[in-house]
Design a binder for this molecule. Structure first.
Ligand SMILES: C[S@@+](CC[C@H](N)C(=O)[O-])C[C@H]1O[C@@H](n2cnc3c(N)ncnc32)[C@H](O)[C@@H]1O
Length: 229
């Protein structure tokens, strides 16, 4: 583990704890983006390339947009939005952090991607049930556990009938306690998507061999049946 890597994760946890303690579990994201002052080295998840677990899945399944609509939840600096755009999706990407969205627009503003500041918990009404492909990478896991079900319900609500959702997350066993941020998801946590009427289409567990805090990644595809029972 490099000194730098340790520091940015430690700073992220410190900032998150401060905000959570004062009852503002969503405020630290923008604060972190702001205090990084444009330095991606200070943002633990900023790779400036598509998420590698998502890319492995997309390549192995031959993912193509073909003009379908896609929504990227908690898009951060927009790398996955750009990847979907390049695969032929018509992409909307949102994040609660105005600083992240401004940054994403600077990096990928030339691409025809709709970047928006929005809160998962108060989304635009016309986004509900509107997207053929929804991508959620690492947005649920840093939210406090008491928001987990609400977050899952909110993500599920974006998928059009017949549409798909892909979730990439750190994973843990059902009987394992999530110790510290980011709090990995268990299969039991994820089963909430099925309670919301989605059908699990595939579930892959990918090893994490490069991260300094390794955790398996769950890459899970859901489909929204045309007729929700
Ligand atoms: C761990 S980061 C992951 C970012 C990006 N998905 C990636 O993998 O690089 C979580 C992102 O979710 C955003 N976020 C957190 N809570 C949110 C909410 N309620 N609505 C929208 N975005 C949110 C944060 O600002 C942050 O950019």
């Amino acid at each position: 583990m490099s000194e730098e890597e340790f520091d940015k994760r430690a700073r992220t946890r410190e900032l998150a704890a401060e905000f959570i303690e004062r009852g503002d579990p969503l405020g630290w994201f923008d604060a972190l983006y702001k205090e990084s002052e444009g330095d991606t080295e200070k943002i633990p998840w900023a790779d400036m390339e598509p998420n590698r677990f998502f890319k492995v899945w997309a390549e192995s399944t031959g993912l193509k947009g073909g003009g379908r609509t896609a929504l990227v939840v908690g898009c951060g600096l927009g790398d996955d939005a750009k990847y979907l755009h390049d695969l032929g999706f018509k992409v909307t990407a949102f994040d609660i952090s105005p600083t992240a969205i401004e940054w994403a627009k600077k990096v990928y503003g030339d691409a025809d991607i709709r970047f928006e500041v929005a809160d998962l918990f108060h989304p635009h009404r016309d986004w509900l049930g509107a997207f053929e492909f929804v991508l959620e990478i690492y947005t649920i896991q840093p939210l406090p556990m008491d928001l987990r079900e609400k977050a899952i319900d909110a993500v599920a609500a974006f998928i059009a009938p017949g549409g798909e959702l892909l979730v990439v997350t750190r994973g843990r066993e059902d009987d394992e306690k999530p110790e510290r941020l980011p709090w990995p998801l268990s299969r039991k946590d994820l089963s909430r998507f099925e309670h919301k009427g989605l059908k699990q289409a595939s579930f892959e567990v990918l090893p994490d061999d490069t991260d300094d805090e390794p955790a398996p990644r769950f890459v899970v595809k859901y489909v929204n049946p045309q007729h929700v029972p």
